[in-house]
Design a protein around this ligand. Structure first.
Ligand code: FES
Length: 211
């Protein structure tokens, strides 16, 4: 079945805003989507006094939805302060575009992920901020907030599909999911969870159980 896109998505895909690179950017980040393997880079120029984003560009190797969401979030971020830009969400990006098909919501997650990572890069370099990315329940939950259940286009934490997260002394992780074993989206969710868990240093085994 053909996927239906809003007119705005098609418009931003055909004529994306803020495409390209920035020479000597103040910050940049590349993120890949564990769901599809596509990549996106965001470049920032930030006024050190006001901490406002003076310029922002992106390069996408993703699909139409990804290009459209990157176009809209870079529009939203331009001229905003770092603090304001941090608050841009993938739900907001999708709403601004008149909605995305549920199976394409992860493309919006990728765009916002790259923006947030570029902001983190700026904060590390300019404010000396450190980010705790260790294997804790909180960080596992944060990572799972980016895993979209494609049937409805919402993340598995908001949908309360994650019933339990356990980490033992040897960094083995157990995640219990309330998704039916015959659900056609189960394999995608499992695959993406595994990919997201691999990003934690020193992680042991990962077991996904169904409850
Ligand atoms: Fe990969 Fe959309 S399918 S970014």
């Amino acid at each position: 079945m053909a996927i239906k896109y809003s007119e705005l998505v098609i418009e931003h895909f055909k004529n994306p805003h803020n495409v390209g690179t920035i020479d000597n950017p103040d910050a940049e980040a590349t993120e890949g989507s564990p769901a599809c393997g596509d990549q996106l880079t965001v470049y920032l120029k930030v006024d050190p006094e006001t901490q406002k984003i003076e310029d922002i560009k992106f390069q996408s190797y993703g699909c139409a939805s990804n290009i459209a969401t990157a176009s809209i979030i870079t529009d939203l971020a331009l001229g905003k302060s770092i603090e304001e830009a941090k608050k841009i969400t993938w739900k907001q990006a999708s709403e601004e575009l008149g909605g995305l098909p549920p199976v394409k919501m992860h493309c919006s997650v990728l765009a916002v992920d790259a923006l947030r990572s570029a902001i983190k890069d700026w904060e590390k370099k300019n404010l000396g901020k450190q980010f705790d990315e260790s294997l804790t329940k909180k960080n596992v939950e944060k990572a799972l907030q980016k895993v979209i259940y494609g049937k409805v286009g919402v993340d598995i934490i908001s949908l309360k599909l994650v019933k339990y997260i356990g980490i033992d002394d040897e960094n083995n992780v157990v995640i219990e999911l309330a998704i039916g074993k015959d659900d056609s989206f189960l394999d995608d969710v499992k695959h993406e969870i595994m990919e997201r868990m691999e990003k934690f240093d020193n992680i042991g085994s990962v077991k996904i159980a169904l409850v």
